[in-house]
Design a protein around this ligand. Sequence first.
Ligand code: IPE
Ligand code: IPE
Ligand code: MG
Length: 250
Amino acid sequence: MTTQQADSTAQSADLPAAITAVPYHIGIIMDGNGRWAQARGMPRLAGHQAGVDNIRRILEHCVRRGVKVLTIYAFSTENWRRPPDEVSGLMRLLGLTIQRQLNELNRNGVRILHSGRMEGINKHLQKQIMHALEVTKNNDRIILNVAFNYGGRAEILDAVRHIIQDGIPPEALTEETLSSYMYIGELPDPDLIIRTGGEWRLSNFLIWQAAYAEYYTTPTFWPDFDEAELDKALIEYSHRERRFGRVLNP
Ligand code: IPE
Ligand code: IPE
Ligand code: MG
């Protein structure tokens, strides 16, 4: 969807008073795992493990706050440039996480989606991913969209290729059509993009969908980003005036 996404207005009784608007869809660039580990004299992969462990607590807190879709950036198309050991470690970690956590995620009503290219991911891991999508497809408490082997430019390119393959004539192509050809075409655009780890860039994350998202960055490394940190982002979001190009009080 390229049109504005209405906030799910704060309904939950236990919502802190300072959170007056809850994003329907949050995207998180989970950055800083490596630096978190290095600061502790640990290998980078230990940081990635700590990062994976943190997903559960943030996902649960998103449910508590009424967020409906959480997209997490777990592996970018550019992350293949990392040392082979780190790349294979990250691949292994996704497989292990599916193995260990799928049942619990399913019991908790989490629907898992995958955004990204399957090509490049080894066949066994591809099967595990497909299995996770299949098992959780009827769940509706929250969507956890895992951006893995994901790049925003690759996504737009893949969409354009499919549009051409489908023979859609140029004059029939609209922003809505292009949106519907993204990896998860039916997902509403993100309302809030959070980046941990202190950088101020998108690093190729949801570049089409985030055209009107609000941005929030924090120096906190991803493994340390806890419930209170998410609430801080939600409070900040509550103060943003989303204008979508209009003048609100003419
Ligand atoms: C983000 O943490 C996780 C992935 C990219 C897989 P990093 O590994 O980028 O951590 P830093 O930025 O080096 O600290
Ligand atoms: C973005 O983090 C990708 C993920 C969090 C998966 P990076 O650490 O790869 O981004 P850059 O290289 O600092 O832009
Ligand atoms: Mg990084």
